[in-house]
Design a protein around this ligand. Structure first.
Ligand SMILES: Nc1ncnc2c1ncn2[C@@H]1O[C@H](COP(=O)(O)OP(=O)(O)OP(=O)(O)O)[C@@H](O)[C@H]1O
Ligand SMILES: [Mg+2]
Length: 236
């Protein structure tokens, strides 16, 4: 299984907390954070060359591990590399991708799952080559909605139209939604928070994902501490 690393100092720009500042790959494409996301993209592209995944779920064991930030920035660097990319906010509990991308959350995934709209009607295009589906209005029975045939149909359609479809989600430890999505996705990227994800919660997340046959492509070690400079003045 592949391991990717994102350093804490890579996202210093997020400290002000303004939502769009999470999109460091747009705001500071030449900076170290964007470089880290591009190297994650490269790892992703080469991690499964035999059977390249199209639909990739981004999840993590706990809250605030960096799922949405990672999801948004990987989507951004894939689009910047000329890949037709769709990012779906599958976090029907705490939606945040619409804030990160600065699009209104009026209609979205929920409206497609309820049969009200089709994919193209709820797609925003925050940046050229990058399409985005926010959650739309949140209903009470989220897990049931994600289990519907319409979700499978939406993913089939998205697979035909896009090179990559990234889906953000809630934490695996809190709800079953990520497992429901993982069962339909081609691959899963598991974000780990180096400041707080323990071995137990990692093991539990892996167990829950594997129980539904998920293909866990790799882990992203997020908020990793800054590497100490090497003996010869550079870091490895
Ligand atoms: N690599 C990073 N370095 C520093 N801070 C980060 C990094 N990734 C995310 N963060 C910060 O951590 C906080 C949580 O990030 P984010 O909202 O992406 O997490 P999440 O896992 O989606 O949370 P939730 O479980 O609420 O959906 C945000 O303030 C974000 O700016
Ligand atoms: Mg989130």
């Amino acid at each position: 299984m592949a391991r990717f690393r994102l350093k804490t100092e890579d996202l210093q720009k997020d400290e002000a907390g303004t939502p769009s500042e999470h999109l460091v790959t747009l705001l500071d494409p030449a900076g170290p954070a964007s470089e880290a996301y591009r190297s994650l993209r490269t790892n992703l592209l080469y991690a499964a060359m035999d059977a390249p995944p199209t639909v990739i779920l981004i999840t993590s064991p706990g809250s605030a591990d960096g799922k949405s930030t990672t999801c948004a920035n990987i989507a951004m660097v894939l689009a910047q590399a000329g890949k037709e990319t769709l990012v779906i906010d599958g976090d029907l509990r705490e939606p945040s991708l619409h804030k990160i991308f600065g699009v209104p959350n009026v209609s979205g995934l929920v409206n497609v799952l309820s049969g009200e709209y089709g994919l193209s009607e709820v797609c925003a295009e925050p940046f050229p080559g990058l399409k985005m589906i926010p959650t739309g209005p949140i209903p009470p029975y989220q897990a049931e909605l994600l289990s519907s045939d319409r979700f499978a149909e939406l993913l089939d359609q998205a697979r035909r139209l896009f090179d990559y479809v990234l889906i953000d989600s809630p934490p695996t430890a809190l709800v079953s939604d990520p497992m429901i999505i993982a069962a339909q996705a081609d691959a899963v990227l598991l974000v780990l928070n180096s400041e707080k994800t323990g071995k137990g919660s990692l093991r539990m997340a892996m167990r829950d994902l594997e129980a539904v046959g998920a293909n866990v492509l790799g882990t992203v070690m997020n908020k990793a501490p800054k590497a100490k400079p090497g003996r010869y003045g550079y870091s490895h």
